[in-house]
Design a protein around this ligand. Structure first.
Ligand code: M6R
Length: 611
């Protein structure tokens, strides 16, 4: 949440900051602001609304300077107004700060600072940092970095802070306690950002700060210190993503581009993960077969769309490994007193690798002695540094707030993990393993075929775009697809949608059905096929109109569908990869028909770094 960018070098900083902010705007778009440092001091410009509002405001009189910081906000404390927009300044206007996170003890600190005579101009938690820095610099006659170290120890909560002072016009100081901070260097410039895409035009060698570290960045160099003040070294991580991957590339929206990137993303996620003898190789998961055989249960933790991929994976892991799988929302997991020990394997799924609740769940699981494997898309993210093993989805950067290609790649990665466990535990006959791997390898081409449904899906979206409620139903792994289809639709089209296990409808939700209510049904499963048809008959009998996802050539489903999306046939446990694609497109086209921007839905941010 919140995009942060900083630059110090020889160029005019403003265009670099605005470009970085544009690349990170998916992290928050309630307001935007910049602070530019020049020989004259600091000039702060801030504006409520999306980044374009700030750009317009600055037209004709752009602030100048060769160092500066920028911020796109996802509001926590204080409404999205000009005065609550970052950067925030101290009383003298000589210090400016941007922040991602929540400072939990801000009220107490604010009262203290007000008693000392500091004047506040916003309702944010962030502003206390600017005044605390001012107080420390005055008290100790110290550098900004020294002041930041002292301030960090007084703050409670989660904070990625980036600050500048007019007394040190080529220095940027960054502080990390939980939300990500990434540094990039070139020969004559220093960059800092809250997300990799902002750094891609300049470098692919990035230095993610660890928790409880402070960095002092100058043109071409950076020094990093622990909160206790010791100088520490930071490893460089090479990012595979190129700059073009984080551009729209001719598509109207990132979401549509990312939906169409799925065949390649799926290929990349599977690349080098099968060996010639027909087995699954996961070099990143370095546990021995013996250790994998000792596991007595698997616990999957995640939020949002990642939770839905985990829900589908539960079926595959249980079926192929015969291990019991528990599935938990990461935000609930640590509060339910779960039973874990050193024979538990926890699978933590997070596209961003930064979701606060998933990280907290991971830490809790480790404390209980469990082994943790993370499934993530972002190299160098927090989850990769804390998990015992990491399985990357190689989906490339996902900028649209709605997860699409990362969902299908998570499904693929989790299926790989399930097969890998089955292989190590010898729980799956060799011929079944080989057949399943073959089916997985066919998925990228089948995704390509599924994308050809675009026109059918667009027609259905036009027909139902103005509905007020839509139900999504499925059975087996289809429940995860139904929940994900409903989430996708509600988050970008603001249309009320509910995902349900079809067999549960009769226990309440069927009361919502009346003449003309659209019901999306996933009817690709084989085991519960007849039961699913019966559930569809029940809603049709009560007036529902049906939008059905079915296997290609299924005439029985065709006969009961008002709109039909026919997907290629695969193994039932793999079918969520294909079934979810028309539903992603459906959500996209409904949002467009309703005149909404699918990439930046209201109230949301791509990466949820607060609890
Ligand atoms: O980065 P994560 O996978 O942990 O993110 C979890 C959710 O915030 C995310 O999936 C969210 O639900 C998406 N907006 C869904 O499209």
């Amino acid at each position: 949440m919140c995009g942060i960018v900083g630059y110090t070098g020889r160029e005019e900083a403003l265009p670099i900051l605005l470009d970085g902010m544009r690349r990170l705007e998916y992290r928050g778009y309630d307001s935007a602001g910049v602070a530019l440092l020049s020989g004259e001091g600091i000039e702060v410009s801030r504006k409520a609304g999306p980044l374009d509002a700030l750009v317009q405001e600055l037209e004709g009189h752009p602030p100048s300077g060769t160092a500066g910081i920028g911020h796109t906000r996802w509001a926590t404390h204080g409404a999205p107004t000009d005065s609550n927009a970052h950067p925030h300044s101290d009383c003298s206007g000589r210090i400016a700060v941007v922040h991602n996170g929540i400072i939990e003890n801000h009220e107490h600190l604010r009262r203290q600072l007000e008693r000392q005579g500091h004047r506040f101009n916003s309702e944010t938690d962030t502003e206390v940092v600017a005044h605390l820095l001012e107080a420390k610099v005055a008290e100790r006659s110290c550098t900004l970095r020294e002041a930041a170290l002292a301030v960090a120890s007084e703050l409670e909560g989660a904070f990625a802070l980036v600050c500048v002072s007019s007394a040190e016009p080529d220095v940027i100081v960054a502080v990390r306690q939980d939300p990500p901070i990434i540094i990039g260097l070139t020969a004559d410039a220093g960059f800092v950002a809250s997300g990799i895409p902002a750094l891609l035009p300049y470098t692919r060698e990035v230095m993610p700060l660890d928790n409880r570290q402070v960095a002092e960045i100058r043109p071409g160099s950076a020094r990093v210190f622990s909160f206790s003040g010791d100088k520490v070294s930071v490893d460089k991580v090479t990012v595979e993503w190129d700059e073009a991957a984080a551009e729209r590339g001719g598509f109207e929206d990132f979401m549509l581009k990312e939906i169409f990137e799925q065949p390649d993303a799926a290929r990349d996620t599977m690349r080098s993960r099968f060996d010639e003898s027909g087995g699954v190789v996961l070099d990143e998961v370095h546990w021995s077969d013996e250790t994998l055989r000792r596991i007595t249960k698997v616990v999957v933790v995640a939020c949002g769309t990642s939770f839905h991929s985990g829900m589908a994976a539960k079926h595959a892991i249980e079926h192929w490994t015969r291990l019991p799988v528990e599935l938990d929302l990461a935000s609930e997991f640590r509060y339910r007193d779960p039973v874990l020990d050193d024979r538990s394997l926890v699978v933590a799924i997070a596209q961003s690798g930064e979701t606060a609740d998933t990280l907290a769940a991971l830490r809790f699981a480790k404390k209980m002695g469990a082994s943790v494997v993370a499934v993530t898309n972002v190299v160098g993210s927090s989850i990769t540094r804390e998990a015992d093993a990491v399985l990357f989805t190689h989906a490339g950067p996902e900028i649209g707030v709605a997860a699409t290609k990362t969902f299908t790649c998570q499904l693929i990665a989790l299926n790989l993990l399930a097969l890998y466990l089955a292989q190590a535990r010898a729980s799956m006959p060799a011929d079944k393993l080989a057949e399943t791997i073959e089916a997985m390898q066919a998925l990228p081409d089948q995704i390509e075929e599924t994308l050809l449904l675009q026109d059918d899906v667009h027609r259905a979206a036009k027909r139902y775009a103005m509905a007020t409620d839509i139900l999504f139903i499925g059975r087996g792994v289809g429940v995860a697809v139904a929940l994900e289809g409903a989430l996708k639709l509600k988050e970008i089209s603001y249309l009320h949608a509910e995902g349900y296990a079809a067999g549960e409808l009769k226990h309440g939700a069927i009361a919502l059905i009346e003449q003309g209510v659209p019901v999306v049904g996933i009817v690709t499963g084989q085991a519960l096929y007849e039961k699913m048809l019966a559930n569809i008959a029940e809603v049709r009998a009560r007036g529902a109109e049906t939008i059905l996802v079915a296997r290609r050539g299924d005439e029985r489903v065709r006969a009961i569908a008002n709109e039909l999306f026919e997907v290629p046939t695969t193994k039932p446990l793999l079918s969520p990869v294909l079934d979810s694609i028309p539903l992603q497109m459906f959500a996209y086209f409904v949002a467009k028909e309703r005149g909404l921007s699918p990439d930046k839905p209201r109230n949301l941010a791509k990466s949820v770094t607060v609890e």
